[in-house]
Design a protein around this ligand. Structure first.
Ligand SMILES: [Zn+2]
Length: 297
């Protein structure tokens, strides 16, 4: 079978014209629908609601998306419109629903931030990276090398979002990685992957060294800790100037949490803080967001 393809079941005793419209509506070649709704509306002189009701009320259509990477059976999805079918074709699943439920036994009410380790492990065992194009594999390697969503976002994804993001989503659907979002704002917090994946692909994680100019900086969460003894937050840094800590001077050490799981670390002498306070007198205190922006600019 050549995927993707569609199979339509018609109601009994339909008008020939109706069958013709439905057949054309679902005609697909090379992943593209040959007759757009607009084309069909003009051709048959009908409105969009009429077209929708003709398709929905007289037939049932199944999309054969692809072969399940696990059991090799076709992945079948019922569809009622070109747009839903298109979105499935553009963002395909790789497992049939049976295999998905087998690989992901986590009940729905489970803490959804906990990684789907079972599925991620399976993806490694089944060597799903073999299903990637060379370009997609290169992106996966970058994700692992960076091992830090912020830097990946800044140095890779942002440089060509339209190109990189669909690949990242594909890696997620294949369970090679897991895009983790913060439940409140749905913002991406990190891209999780199992340490075994890096080992299997023989990738050395890049130790990107960040240049800082003061003892006031952001430290990302250390992802993929392999041992309990490893720190929770970690980043290699170097300074663009000497930073001297003097004997007998009083310093304030500050640490605060950021919504993305990273922390901000600061160490400043009382004198420096006072001077800073004086110079910013009259202006509103900075929000954490502003401080982070400054640090990450
Ligand atoms: Zn399957």
């Amino acid at each position: 079978m050549k995927y993707p393809c569609l199979e339509t079941e018609f109601n009994e005793n339909l008008d020939k014209q109706i069958v013709k419209i439905i057949n054309q509506y679902w005609k697909i070649e090379n992943r593209t629908f040959l007759y757009s709704p607009t084309k069909l509306r003009n051709k048959f002189g009908i409105t969009q609601p009429k077209l929708n009701s003709i398709v929905k009320n007289n037939s049932k259509t199944k999309l054969f998306l692809d072969e399940c990477v696990e059991c090799k059976k076709p992945i079948i999805i019922p569809v009622t419109s070109q747009s839903t079918a298109k979105s499935k074709i553009e963002n395909p699943y790789f497992h049939c629903s049976d295999c998905r439920s087998k690989l992901d036994p986590t009940p729905l009410n489970d803490d959804f931030t906990s990684p789907k380790n079972h599925r991620l492990k399976y993806a490694i065992k089944a060597r799903y990276w073999n299903k990637l194009t060379r370009e997609e594999l290169a992106v996966l390697k970058k994700v692992i090398e960076f091992d830090n969503y912020r830097s990946l976002q800044k140095k890779v994804i942002q440089t060509n979002f339209e190109h990189y993001w669909p690949i990242i989503e594909k890696l997620d659907r294949l369970s090679l990685i897991e895009i983790q979002r913060d439940p409140l704002h749905n913002r991406i917090q990190k891209i999780y992957f199992l340490p075994e994946l890096a080992n299997e692909l023989e990738i050395n994680r890049k130790n990107i060294v960040f240049t800082e100019s003061s003892l006031n900086f952001n430290v990302p969460q250390k992802l993929n800790r392999t041992k309990e003894t490893q720190p929770n937050f970690l980043k290699p840094i170097k300074f663009d100037r000497d930073i001297v800590l003097k004997k007998g001077i009083e310093y304030i050490c500050s640490i605060w949490n950021n919504p993305d799981g990273s922390i901000n670390f600061g160490l400043k002498s009382i004198d420096e803080l006072k001077a800073q306070k004086d110079s910013t007198k009259g202006s509103d205190p900075k929000t954490i967001g502003e401080v982070i922006k400054e640090i990450w600019k």
